[in-house]
Design a protein around this ligand. Structure first.
Ligand SMILES: *Cc1c(COP(=O)(O)O)cnc(C)c1O
Length: 494
């Protein structure tokens, strides 16, 4: 097969036109996924720094000294921000990698074998810990939180610990509701039980560190906390590909390394999951922290906090909606207020707000292990740039609620609703569904009107996301996961 190449300008034009169809990454129009400081020079700095290290292989800091020195600077910056003079750690490619490594380090350090062992965390912990558990052959146990405050009872966490538990996990703050777990109390439980405690500050760590209001202690200063993760590619404003994992104990840090000379090639020493790795995330995170300094971070966090309070006030004045729990930090969630005469469905509300140009993130409901339910909600991530559009956004939130009031929640597509009923009555078993092959699963999706082969450029218009979320609520969760896998795999495959 021969295929002629294309001139560089044509290639770049084509990419630009593909990018034009993406959700807007700047200006505060999308309140999830992207973290816009609202400073064009930060983007330029990050791009220049990434370009400078483009050919470097982050695999070997002894060959590429810039990698070692930038890592050292970022570790110093982060451990100072999180209240430790002597924590050790590694720069990773993102929050998931930091969380997986935190679990791996604790498992190895405790001498637990793969295939046994458990970690205990609140219901609201990030799914990255379920992924870590799957990859590392351990059990992740979610402890129910209060469905209204979304706070976990530290004693309930202690109660979920079993003989094989080797790690406690808590969030500062959590993703679904923005609540800060009671880290001091969980730290006391950890000390009492002789277990390490990982604080997942992937999301908001670099915002909380400079939060203007007084917060309960949540970082490496808290007795009992043994590791902490925080993403530079969230509130560190770096392009995707940079996070940090810090440990208070050197041996626990070293326990996650993979080192071998037991093969015919070069000696391998990997601090993280990847082998060859880009230095672009590292260099851009380094450049941004260097340029902003703690002062710059503090100023940006001031903007986030004032936008966040203004928006929370807006929501509290909307009949039929409620802010979930007591968020402390840069994100929060909104659910229907069932005490109001006219509750507003949070997903219908998100659809109406989207029609006014702001994209919020729908979250399905979640049934906890004790049967209590965390209500379906809509998530908002607040960034420094939000402060500039807060008036326009507030108006969209209010008008969106007026339009959504009285509208029933979206229904799942009829074919999926029938399937949901079949599971509920026991006519179809979960194992039968999980045993379906990929082609049959795809046929079910297409039959339900969810066609993964829609042109990606048109997909966001064609897909009724509220209906998809409604379907998630209807089907057994493992079945939903299988369908979403099929959907995404088919979506990205020719
Ligand atoms: C984003 C996030 C993660 C996972 O991070 P990725 O960078 O998306 O891999 C883990 N924990 C929390 C609380 C997060 O918000």
């Amino acid at each position: 097969m021969t295929s002629p190449g294309s001139p560089i300008d044509d290639v770049l034009d084509e990419l630009a036109s593909r990018r034009a169809g993406d959700a807007p990454t700047h200006g505060g129009r999308i309140l999830s996924y992207v973290y816009d400081p609202g400073l064009a020079e930060i983007d330029r700095l990050a791009a220049d720094a990434a370009a400078m290290v483009q050919p470097v292989n982050g695999l070997d800091p002894t060959v590429f000294g810039s990698v070692a020195s930038c890592e050292r600077d970022l570790i110093t910056f982060a451990r100072t921000a999180f209240g430790s003079d002597d924590a050790v750690g590694s720069i990773t490619s993102g929050g998931t990698e930091s969380c997986v490594l935190a679990v791996l380090a604790a498992r190895e350090h405790s001498g637990t074998r793969a295939g046994s062992g458990s970690i205990v965390m609140p219901s609201t912990a990030h799914a990255a810990f379920d992924k870590a558990a799957k990859l590392l052959g351990v059990t992740a146990r979610r402890v129910p939180v209060d469905p209204i405050t979304t706070r976990v009872d530290p004693q309930a966490m202690a109660g979920a610990v079993t003989d094989d538990t080797f790690l406690l996990v808590a969030s500062a703050p959590n993703y679904p509701t923005g609540a800060l777990d009671p880290i001091e109390e969980i730290g006391a439980v950890a000390l009492d039980l002789g277990l390490p405690l990982h604080v997942d500050a992937c999301l908001g760590g670099f915002a909380l560190a400079w939060w203007p209001e007084e917060l309960p202690a949540w970082d490496l200063r808290v007795p009992g906390v043994t590791s902490l993760s925080a993403d530079f590619h969230k509130y560190g404003y770096a392009p995707k590909g940079a996070s940090i994992l810090l440990h208070t104990d050197r041996d626990r840090h070293r326990a996650a390394y993979f080192a071998t000379t037991d093969w015919p090639g070069y000696p391998i020493v990997n601090a993280t999951l990847l082998g060859s790795r880009s230095a672009a995330g590292l260099a851009s995170a380094w450049a941004i922290t260097r340029h902003l300094g703690a002062e710059g971070f503090s100023k940006l966090v001031g903007d986030i906090s004032s936008a966040q309070s203004a928006l929370i006030d807006t929501i509290r004045n909307i009949d039929g909606l409620r802010v979930v729990g007591d968020p402390q930090g840069p994100v929060f969630a909104v659910a229907a207020d069932h005490d109001a005469p006219d509750p507003v469905d949070p997903h219908r509300w998100a659809d109406e707000v989207a029609a006014r140009g702001f994209i919020l993130q729908a979250q399905p409901g979640f049934t906890q292990s004790d049967g209590t339910v965390l209500a379906p909600s809509t998530h908002l991530t607040i960034t420094p740039v939000t402060e500039r559009i807060v008036g326009e956004l507030s108006e969209a939130l209010v008008l969106g609620a007026a339009d959504a009031r009285g509208v029933a929640p979206a229904q799942a597509p009829a074919a999926l609703a029938e399937l949901g009923a079949a599971f509920a009555s026991g006519a179809v078993g979960v194992d039968d569904a999980l045993g379906l092959d990929s082609a049959t699963t795809e046929a079910v999706l297409v039959g339900a009107g969810i066609d993964p082969h829609t042109d990606p450029a048109a997909a966001s218009d064609a897909l009724d996301l509220s209906a998809v979320i409604a379907a998630i609520d209807l089907l057994p969760r493992p079945v939903t996961a299988k369908m979403l896998t099929e959907f995404l795999a088919a979506f990205t495959n020719p």
